[in-house]
Design a protein around this ligand. Structure first.
Ligand code: GDP
Length: 445
């Protein structure tokens, strides 16, 4: 997600940060480009106007233009304003699912990814929060949809309410409530029927269900690729039903990201999760500072660490986190990351999340950087001594020849690896050094 926006903004800021002194005019020119980039990403005009106005006011202040690193300051201001735009006044809390059994109502148009998301969320609550979860489909118009949820339930090991033909949506909802209470479930998810368009009948039915169970959370699932339409749909559902949050799906696609950027500012409703694929584990929490980092091409270390945690031994992940927080990143860290990458589905899944790699991902693809390359990189690091891995600057000509020969590659390829490591280590250092730490902030989110 956000690739093109991130590419555009990356270019603007690269020019800014390269300049020593900044005039108000420089900032104006940059902001014009930021404005165009945001509009092209399908962010709504009022939101863009407000955003640019705020950034410009802060960025042309005397402290900024006279500071030693004006470019970086502007980037920081933009980062903070993106966070503000994404998260509004207060941050999106975790789901309110204390007081078992807590009902969660899933609403949205047909085809938006509601059923898939219901199952993804159920899996997440089960795996990460160790909740006992029950799912029920209220889609009495499409038996196939009920079947689909039951199949997903089996796949992820979450119970679904048995299907009883002939019941109304409200009857099913009430049965789910009773079953959840009697069966000792912590949460029950109600997957309501969707329509192709918003209509009175749909809204009426969802209102009845809402009144029957008093949901703790009502999550709107909406296709992130539809841009401004997604924001309009959210507004309608909020007016008629009252939603507590939004899940944007298909954010793995080449959507321009505008829906995510306008949602909070326009509807006042937080984005809780984003869907990043069809698989059951492709659901991430939406955290403003992480997303802002991604948009500005700073990579997404937090997501990386979070994903890694699922695969890694916990201890190892914590060690990695502590090192990251200190801005440390040597070749051993790189090797374990490369190994994890292979475990986490190779290049494609992970590349965009690594610090400073957003832009490189594309170049890498073009240069034929693939899983075979990763294996060779692991081999190169394996051919180094312990000392060399901890202190890559030791690798001068003769050592380089030895390492390259050991891994069966030429020195040029080893140089590429070392350069890549330096870039990553630099980014890591910057993130670790930032006062009040962007990284720490992201971790705390
Ligand atoms: P519903 O009609 O709203 O219940 O939609 P479904 O859950 O049946 O989803 C419709 C299609 O979208 C299915 O093929 C899903 O696999 C797919 N889908 C759902 N979420 C995502 C996502 O985040 N990314 C991608 N690429 N596909 C998704």
């Amino acid at each position: 997600m956000f690739e093109s926006l991130s590419e555009r903004l990356g270019g603007v800021f690269e020019r800014l940060t390269k300049q020593g002194a900044l005039t108000a005019e420089d900032v104006k020119v940059a902001m014009r480009e930021v404005r165009t980039a945001l509009l092209e990403a399908d962010v709504s005009l009022p939101v863009v106007r407000e955003f640019v106005k705020k950034v410009e006011a802060k960025a042309t202040g005397a402290q900024v233009t006279k500071s030693i690193t004006p470019g970086q300051q502007v980037v920081k201001i933009v980062h903070d304003e993106i966070v503000a735009m994404l998260s509004g006044e207060e941050a999106a809390d975790a789901l309110k699912i204390d007081n078992p059994p807590a009902p969660i109502l899933m609403v949205g148009l047909q085809g938006g990814g509601k059923t898939t998301t219901t199952a993804k969320l159920a899996r997440r609550l089960k795996e990460r929060e160790k909740k006992r979860v029950l799912m029920a489909s209220l889609d009495i118009y499409r038996p196939a949809a009920m079947e689909q949820l039951a199949i997903l339930g089996t796949q992820i090991g979450v119970d679904t309410l048995p299907i009883v033909p002939g019941e109304t949506a409200v009857q099913i909802a009430k049965r789910a409530k009773t079953q959840a209470a009697m069966g000792g479930y912590d949460v029950y998810l109600l997957d309501t029927a969707g329509r192709l368009h918003i209509d009175e009948v749909l809204m009426g039915e969802v209102q009845q269900v809402r009144d029957a169970v008093s949901p703790r959370e009502t999550l709107l699932v909406v296709d992130g690729l539809t841009g401004q339409v997604a924001v309009e749909v959210a507004q309608e559902f909020d007016d008629k039903i009252g939603i507590t949050g939004v899940v944007l799906t298909r954010m793995d696609g080449d959507g321009r990201g505008g829906a995510a950027l306008s949602m909070r500012a326009t509807t006042g409703k937080p984005i809780r999760f984003v869907g990043l694929g069809e698989k059951m584990d492709a659901l991430e929490t939406f955290e403003a500072s992480r997303i802002a980092g991604r948009i500005l091409g700073m990579g997404d270390i937090v997501a990386l660490v979070e994903r890694a945690q699922e695969v890694f031994e916990k201890e190892q992940a914590e060690r990695m986190m502590r090192r990251f927080q200190k801005g440390l990143f040597n070749l051993n860290d790189m090797k374990s990351q490369l190994e994890q990458m292979m475990k986490m589905g190779g290049m494609q899944g992970v590349m965009g999340m690594m610090p400073g790699m957003g832009k490189m991902a594309k170049q890498a693809e073009e240069a034929g950087f693939d899983d075979r390359t990763i294996r060779r990189q692991i081999a190169m690091i394996s051919s180094m001594t312990k000392k060399e891995r901890a202190h890559p600057e030791l690798l001068q000509a003769s050592r380089k020849r030895r390492v390259a020969a050991g891994a069966g590659v030429d020195v040029a390829e080893l140089n590429k690896l070392l350069k890549m490591h330096r870039q990553m280590a630099d980014t890591m250092k910057k993130l670790g050094n930032m006062k009040g730490g962007m990284l720490k902030q992201a971790m705390a989110a």
